[in-house]
Write a protein that binds this ligand. Sequence first.
Ligand SMILES: [Zn+2]
Length: 144
Amino acid sequence: MNAETIAPPSQIIAGDCWRETADGRIELLAARCTACGTHHLPHVPVCASCSKEEFATAALGPRGTLYAYTIVRMPPPGYAGEYAVGYVDFPEGVRVFGQIRIVPEVPLASGIPVGLEIATLFKRPDATPVIGYRFVPTAGGSPR
Ligand SMILES: [Zn+2]
């Protein structure tokens, strides 16, 4: 399954940067430089490490480590309530920004493991949901 089977492209954020695997996991898709192996996400036209311009798609993770976060306590219109955003480090050397689901049982802290899910990130003024990836604290286990 890919992003287009989940929702129309106009409702998806960064749909070229994630996909759902056959076993239902969500994975982020980086651009891996074919010359030096450096991963980039978001994708870039030129490798920042070696200046080459050829890339292959490479899945990250499946888990990352929360580097830093903040909680948005006064969300803008269209958001369901408080939410968190932050940076997650992946083993491939990529630091990715995104929303983080607040899970009451797993307090957010730098260094905790996170997985990924697809979620409605916010709704447009006409109530159309906007879909994208979101990090989920895992506490070393589920959720994926
Ligand atoms: Zn490179």
